[in-house]
Ligand binder design. Structure first.
Ligand code: GCW
Length: 833
């Protein structure tokens, strides 16, 4: 790997992450030697557009990894070759070949055999797309230094639907996107240059994703304007060589709001005709158009309920216009009332999807898929499986997973979600007392449905590495791999991804896998445990800690924490009755306090803080301890990553180091905010004496201030002691001083400051007259105020201090950012708290 890093450096190629897991990095000579017998030619049995892509990819991959340029041929072999083509074409040219059974849909088969008397490697599938997937699998094997000569590998996707959703707005912004602007749109139009769209389609295809809906589900009415449809056609063209079908999200009120009708009642014949005409127009421009995603009666979007109609009425009217063209309607089950009365203890947002959709089971046309978020709330760090998966045996269903880390750290935190998705997919809903795990339901197997599958909300952006964090790309890779084969283990997936992304060095693979596999539980530990959701600011950024925001509003993400108890009683016996939406087997587990697993306890039950878990610890002590353990874990991620210095290229080494370092600082912000909040509300002290007790901490407001003034942070738990200091002196700097009283020695100093997105303040730290550090608060965190979103930690190592030394922080405000900071921690080297 070191050699590789050097050769990248020698050719001046920076490792930007743009090629993600398709880097095709040159193998070491000894490894490359194993592929010496590879045929020198690649022969395609036909010259269709997708086979052309597949062949070019094969050439590109082999060139990158082995440094050899394959000869390109089309037609019949005249020498030994890597043959690519569909089964039908293969049968024509090699009738004697014994072709494996079961090649349907997107399946592929990698094998070797005689074609016209020449020994060939064969990559085949029922369709061109299957062949393309086979080529990617073949190249992945070489990248991972596996055998490619004695293959007999048949691979079939678990489900036919494997889609990405992008929440891109036509103005170029992305709802819940964390990696720059949209690759699709800018200024109300499709981008003139769609190169990144083609590259994205390549990434999607390489993990078997076959469809992509490109615009925000909060859909812009202009998406179906007559002059926009040709622009969509350009995007579809960029997708087509990679076998990715285009989809769009539509707003159901369109016939009225943009279509000249006085209604959008789905049962009005004029409305049906309007949709028909619209989609005929779409299919004329885009013959392989894949389908539409619908968000209705949800978070302010209009829907059929306005006319007393059901989601089935609405879905079917569009489905019928798409049906002759093979298109699909993805109707989202994310339908709920966000003005719930929080004072009514029987109200429960978690019940909404099942209440709305279960009575409609069997009423949806067969080209409709109900797109169900994995849990009953909304992409939280932990939720139980949505009971709706078990409640629609006569309806097609798909599971909606979120790759963009809206509630799981927004790619500023590493949080590898495959282990969580696997727990969901493996969960057995025991419908009618039979084994019915989620992965078999969405595959259409359990209830014998014709369609079903996986939808991942991705939200890649123009940032070179697509998601803004190199390690986050494992989630996109993992989503595709799981949709293809949900039985793969999280470890197998992450090992594959790491090898392809960072190379074969076992130290690299082990270290990165370790970090990734521990990251979801770590994130859960310092954000919200025991099924409390991610205790973030749900009224704004969905990023930093703000537990209070869950309560006392209509959004229904309540945790019902009071002075004595916490959690929601969702039982049938005494609570909201949500538990009754599950089969009796699952009900028996969750209805009973004793049987409910600890990690979902507070999702299902309202208990005293002193309630003892299966672990033997009380609820409150578990909250305290987990937040410490989670934050500590992120500190280990940093030291583990540091061991890879020299083992991975310097560009990505530094990028990831900066990201993990930031994360380990923000994890402390989370830890303290949540613990302080529970401490205050419960009045129960931490048995281990840490909560509210920070021996190395000097609050900014207690320092000697020149120009700086104390500031009450909102919500209070976003700052230590609820207060920070701000510098409100126009065009001047402010100073905070502290006289050090500890013993002489080497110290590390952490400065907890706030990095808002509405200014670039400068900070300087002096010991006596000597500056020991300076930096700019120039990141783009989602905050315009000092709070738990903007709180950031600067770590300064190796400062020599003597008793009486004066430590001085000088802050230079900029624009609306008043060089705010919260506290300083001074601690002996290696004793980081
Ligand atoms: O969680 C919420 C997000 C919204 C999103 C919505 C949805 C697109 O905060 O930004 O809207 O889910 O899934 O429709």
């Amino acid at each position: 790997m070191l050699a590789c890093a050097l050769c990248a450096a020698a050719t001046g190629q920076a490792e930007t992450g743009q090629d993600a897991w398709l880097r095709y990095a040159r193998l070491q000579p000894a490894a490359a030697e194993r592929y010496r017998a590879l045929p020198a030619t690649t022969l395609s049995l036909s010259n269709t557009i997708i086979l052309g892509t597949a062949q070019a990819e094969l050439v590109r991959g082999v060139k990158g990894m082995l440094g050899k340029t394959l000869r390109i041929a089309v037609g019949a072999p005249t020498e030994s070759a890597i043959v690519i083509g569909t089964v039908r074409q293969l049968r024509n040219i090699a009738p004697a070949l014994n072709i494996v059974e079961g090649l349907h849909g997107d399946a592929f088969w990698l094998t070797a055999g005689e074609v016209r008397g020449f020994h060939c490697i064969i990559i085949t599938g029922a369709t061109d797309r299957g062949v393309l997937y086979g080529v990617f699998a073949f190249l992945s094997r070489i990248a991972r230094q596996e055998n490619v000569f004695r293959l007999n590998e048949l691979q079939k996707p678990s489900a036919s639907i494997r889609w990405a959703n992008q929440w891109a707005n036509l103005d170029g912004t992305i709802e819940r996107g964390y990696a720059g602007r949209s690759i699709f749109f800018e200024n109300g139009n499709a981008r003139p240059d769609l190169t990144r769209v083609s590259e994205y389609a390549r990434l999607l295809a390489s993990v078997g994703i076959n469809g992509c809906s490109v615009n925000n589900v909060n859909a812009d009415p202009h998406i179906l304007d007559p002059d926009f449809i040709p622009q969509l056609a350009r995007i579809a063209e960029a997708f087509r060589p990679w076998g990715v079908q285009l989809g769009i999200a539509v707003d159901l009120s369109l016939p009225k709001t943009g279509g000249g009708l006085d209604t959008f009642d789905p049962l009005d014949i004029r409305v049906a005709n309007w949709w028909q005409k619209k989609f005929d127009e779409v299919y004329r421009a885009i013959p392989n158009f894949g389908g539409v995603v619908v968000k209705a009666d949800s978070e302010g979007r209009l829907g059929p309920s306005l006319y007393g109609r059901t989601p089935a009425d609405a879905a079917n009217v569009i489905a019928r216009t798409l049906k002759p063209h093979g298109g699909i309607v993805f109707y989202r089950a994310f339908v709920y009332n966000h003005h719930l009365d929080w004072t009514n203890l029987k109200n429960d947002r978690a019940k909404a999807a099942y209440d709305v959709f279960h009575p409609l089971d069997g009423k949806f046309d067969d080209n409709v898929i109900i797109q169900i978020k994995y849990g009953p709330i909304d992409f939280q760090v932990r939720e139980p499986v949505s009971p709706l998966f078990g409640g629609l045996p006569h309806t097609n269903t798909g599971i909606e997973l979120q790759i963009t880390q809206e509630y799981t750290g927004q790619q500023r935190h590493t949080c590898f979600l495959v282990p969580m998705w696997k727990e969901i997919l493996d969960f057995d809903l025991r419908v009618n007392g039979r084994s019915t795990d989620v992965k078999r339901i969405v595959a259409g197997e359990s209830f014998h449905r014709p369609l079903g599958g996986y939808i991942g909300v991705v939200n890649v952006g123009l940032d070179q590495n697509w998601l803004g964090n190199h390690l986050a790309m494992a989630n996109l890779y993992g989503f595709g791999r799981l949709a293809w084969n949900p039985s793969l283990t999280a470890k197998a997936i992450v090992d594959e991804w790491t090898t392809l992304t960072f190379g074969n060095d076992p130290v690299v693979v082990q270290t990165i896998s370790r970090i990734q596999l521990a990251s979801w539980k770590a994130y859960e530990s310092y954000t919200g445990v025991l099924g409390l959701h991610t205790l973030t600011n749900i009224l704004g950024s969905h990023y930093g800690p703000a537990p209070e925001s869950q309560e006392h509003n209509g959004w229904g993400q309540w945790i019902r924490a009071d002075a004595h108890e916490v959690g929601i009683d969702r039982t049938v016996a005494t609570g909201t009755g949500f538990v009754g939406q599950y089969s009796s087997d699952v009900r028996n587990t969750c209805e009973s306090l004793a049987n409910t697993p600890d990690d979902l306890l507070l999702f299902f039950h309202h208990v005293p803080y002193t309630y003892k878990l299966h672990s033997g610890k009380t609820v409150i002590q578990t909250i305290y301890d987990s937040h410490y353990a989670g934050a500590d874990k992120t500190k280990q991620f940093v030291s583990q990553w540091k061991t890879l210095n020299g083992h991975v290229d310097d560009d990505r080494f530094q990028d990831v180091l900066a990201q993990l370092t930031y994360q380990s600082g923000h994890a402390i912000v989370w830890r303290d905010a949540i613990n302080d909040w529970f401490h205050k509300i419960s009045g129960i002290t931490d048995a281990n004496g840490r909560v509210g007790n920070h021996p190395h901490r000097i609050e900014a407001e207690s320092m000697e201030l020149q120009g700086y003034i104390p500031f009450d942070v909102t919500p209070w738990e976003g700052a230590s002691g609820g207060r920070a200091v701000v510098c409100v002196q126009i065009s001047q700097s402010c100073i905070a001083k502290y006289r050090f009283a500890g013993p002489k020695g080497w110290y590390d100093i952490d400065v907890e400051y706030f990095d808002q997105n509405n200014g670039v303040s400068k900070y300087q730290v002096f010991s006596g007259n000597q500056m020991v550090d300076e930096w700019l608060a120039d990141s783009s965190l989602p905050a315009t105020e000092p709070n738990g979103d903007s709180a950031t930690r600067r770590h300064i190592t190796g400062v020599a201090l003597r008793p009486g030394d004066v430590l001085r922080i000088e802050g230079f405000p900029d624009a609306a950012e008043a060089a705010p900071f919260d506290y300083v921690e001074i601690y002996p080297e290696r004793a980081r708290p």
